[in-house]
Design a protein around this ligand. Structure first.
Ligand SMILES: NC(=O)c1ccc[n+]([C@@H]2O[C@H](COP(=O)([O-])OP(=O)(O)OC[C@H]3O[C@@H](n4cnc5c(N)ncnc54)[C@H](O)[C@@H]3O)[C@@H](O)[C@H]2O)c1
Ligand SMILES: N[C@H](C(=O)O)[C@H](O)COP(=O)(O)O
Length: 328
């Protein structure tokens, strides 16, 4: 459900009211009954929530959202636009339970609504986001954040890091593993023979060292090694021009060095329908590409398009996994 004080519950309701969603999967919510009922009212949908005790559960009637109640927040603890430690703790529980159900094979995939990272941290859970928390609780796998839309897919070598720390964190090993994880995931789910572009860190790829040495000394050898391992990757390429070519279809994925390098173009093109996917996990996890939007929470004005796409993509990935399993 994500943060009950944000737009999560209302966009979940709007997404689950869409027959395209319910015809491709059997969704259920891990969250708070009161928050979900409020979200349904705000969304103006005709849905009804029915608490479930366990997963799996009996298939619900049309118009019913099965909900496993993991918190019972008071109105103060879930006031719109006001994150609370109780709300942050509740989000943490929803994520843990979703991961557990996926790991145990009781759910095929999880699609997350937005959390407020500050509120989860205020509850004592010190993670930059879902990505790092899921990496830890599913076995310490190396993970990569991907944001994807029809026109563009970006993956990130560094995620939630201060910009000042990025040059130090952009190592050859980390670039190489990001390229490899991206390649593997795209091959499995999205593009059978992926073409990857790897971005430079500095303007004009460092201009021969005048504007920084990282492109020549770190990114170039990492791309060379990826190519030696059979991956169709090119780079480093200048970030200012590359997105034009990627968005017109020249590449299946763009490996970016830091958060805003990739997420600004992605959200410019796909704010409404972009999906965040965590690659490298032993489970399928997708998410909306936006945050808690406190300024809109409770107004019913938030778009549910990204939530819907996140659920559809999770279902599509799970179907693909089932096909691959059958072929084995
Ligand atoms: N998937 C996630 O859990 C996730 C993703 C991004 C940000 N966050 C968190 O969300 C909190 C708020 O972050 P922020 O303010 O940077 O970003 P935000 O995405 O919440 O809001 C940025 C702007 O986009 C608008 N917006 C967001 N979602 C919208 C929607 N569905 N429809 C229409 N407009 C929408 C908001 O009204 C606001 O003007 C932070 O704590 C951040 O860490 C969580
Ligand atoms: N970087 C993401 C974005 O801006 O959309 C976002 O913060 C999500 O992070 P998690 O999926 O790790 O919560």
């Amino acid at each position: 459900m994500g943060d009950p004080s944000g737009v999560g519950p209302e966009i979940i309701a709007a997404a689950l009211a869409d027959p395209q969603v319910t015809s491709c999967c059997t969704p259920f919510v891990l969250g708070d009954l009161g928050a979900m009922q409020r979200g349904i009212a705000v969304s103006g949908t005709e849905l009804r929530v029915e608490p479930i005790d366990a997963v799996p559960f009996t298939a619900p009637a049309a118009g019913v959202i099965p909900l496993r109640e993991l918190s019972s927040l008071s109105p103060d603890q879930m006031a719109y636009g006001h994150p609370t430690p109780a709300g942050g703790n509740a989000c943490f529980k929803y994520i843990l339970e979703a991961a557990r159900l996926c790991l145990e094979g009781k759910a095929h995939a999880m699609a997350t609504a937005p959390i407020n990272k500050e509120s989860m941290n205020s509850a004592g859970h010190h993670y930059p986001g879902h990505t790092e928390l899921l990496a830890e609780i599913t076995g310490g796998h190396e993970v990569v954040m991907m944001l994807a839309g029809d026109k563009l897919r970006v993956t990130l070598v560094t995620i939630h890091e201060a910009l000042a720390d990025v040059p130090r964190l952009v190592t050859r090993e980390r670039i190489l593993s990001t390229i490899e994880i991206t390649h593997r995931a795209l091959t499995r789910w999205f593009a059978p023979a992926p073409r990857l572009a790897v971005l430079a860190l500095n303007p004009h790829c460092g201009e021969g060292g005048m504007f920084g040495k990282e492109d020549k000394e770190i990114i170039t050898p990492a791309v060379r090694e990826a190519r030696e391992r059979g991956i169709d990757a090119v780079g480093p390429l200048s970030a200012d021009t590359l997105f034009h070519f990627a968005a017109r279809g020249d590449y299946d994925g763009v490996v970016c060095m830091y958060h805003d390098q990739g997420l600004i173009p992605l959200k410019l093109l796909h704010f409404d329908d972009g999906v965040n996917v965590t690659l490298g996990l032993p489970i399928i996890r997708t998410s909306v590409d936006h945050g808690t939007a406190y300024d809109l929470a409770g107004t019913g004005k938030a778009s549910a398009a990204s939530m819907k796409q996140a659920i559809l993509m999770a279902a599509q990935m799970a179907r693909r996994d089932a096909e691959l399993k059958e072929q084995q």
